[in-house]
Design a protein around this ligand. Structure first.
Ligand code: TYD
Length: 215
């Protein structure tokens, strides 16, 4: 099922998703939409608890298989408590990462576990966004950005630049596989230019799938 007012941001670590998601939320609110801005892993109290298990600790703390289960458990709680109620109330949901992150991080970088990710997703989550904005830039550029920010999710970053290269390729492959909902955005530009592109893309998509109520 595709959810009409559901927009996700994806990309490698340090691509600028969080600030662009915030920017889009501000823009859509200014245009009169009721927006819930949320993130994964997290976005509900239970999922935020699971987030600590996932992002803290040494890189080899969990196998990729265990991570799939933990990320999916967090997502299920987030869906039940935050995303589904908001969509049912007619609100627009913007989420910083969603199932595509599991497809790429756990499904494609440490062995081919994509079939497991997809099977669990079908059983436990079952929805796809109407629009997925994939922020694309070279890992060395993203790493330079991340060095400027404190408290970044250290565990996944510890997998190194080769890992980030595989992630980037994985997200690009997803965009090719799901062209109806995925749009690649060049994230190696001035933040205001990126935000303007994203606002245009989102406005166009929402006008088709979920028009705002007349004022
Ligand atoms: P996030 O908070 O988005 O970190 P960042 O802002 O640095 O991008 O996510 C934390 C880490 O969890 C990030 O490295 C990506 C990873 N992750 C997965 O491996 N699988 C997933 O399904 C999700 C949602 C995130």
């Amino acid at each position: 099922m595709t959810a009409g007012r559901f927009i996700t941001f994806e990309g490698i670590d340090g691509a600028g998703k969080s600030s662009q998601a915030q920017h889009l939320a501000d823009t859509l609110r200014a245009a009169g939409r009721d927006v819930v801005l949320t993130r994964e892993p997290g976005g509900s109290p239970g999922a935020e608890d699971i987030r600590h298990l996932l992002v803290d600790g040494p890189p080899d703390r969990w196998s990729a298989e265990t991570e799939i289960l933990l990320f999916t458990a967090a997502r299920r709680d987030h869906l039940e408590r935050t995303i589904s109620p908001a969509l049912a109330a007619g609100r627009t949901v913007i989420c910083d990462r969603f199932a595509d992150s599991t497809r790429v991080y756990q499904g494609a970088t440490r062995g081919d576990l994509r079939a497991i990710v997809d099977a669990l997703h079908a059983q436990m989550i079952g929805i796809e966004p109407a629009l997925t904005l994939i922020l694309d830039l070279a890992p060395d550029r993203a790493a330079a950005r991340m060095r400027q920010r404190a408290g970044a999710a250290a565990r996944f970053e510890a997998f190194g630049t080769g890992f980030q290269d595989r992630l980037r390729a994985g997200f690009r492959a997803l965009a090719e596989a799901f062209p109806a909902r995925c749009v690649i955005v060049d994230a190696d530009r001035d933040a205001a230019l990126i935000a303007a592109d994203i606002a245009r893309i989102a406005a166009r998509r929402l006008a088709v799938v979920a028009p705002a109520p007349a004022p």
